[in-house]
Write a protein that binds this ligand. Sequence first.
Ligand SMILES: [Zn+2]
Length: 132
Amino acid sequence: MSLAPDASSQRAVAGLTGPSCWSGSGAAGDLVWGLCAGSGKRPYQTVVDLTGPAYKCSCPSRKFPCKHALALLLNWADDGAPVFDSENAAALAALGVPTFACTPDAFPDLLAVAIDGGDIAAWAHRSDLAAR
Ligand SMILES: [Zn+2]
């Protein structure tokens, strides 16, 4: 949680890491994205570019990164609990987009591959993540 700007953000993030908040999450290349249900009618659109890392979110928060971006990263790295929509994941996988849940112990390796511009799908297979 070293990216979180302050303690109140860390608490806010903890409330957003459950799968119920998120839909349409995924990852491809250097990007992770998701739709997070907020207080408004439309979900917030959150994207994290792992190369920066850089954050983009449609919420009105002035905190940077906002709690949605932090929760998205936490969810994405959660241990064996994929929160992305399985239908979206299947559709993306059919397009050849690497789609998988990354465990925390594998996360640093994934970041290294992403930063190096490596083949994430091949890495996921090597790490036995794609088959789980
Ligand atoms: Zn946000």
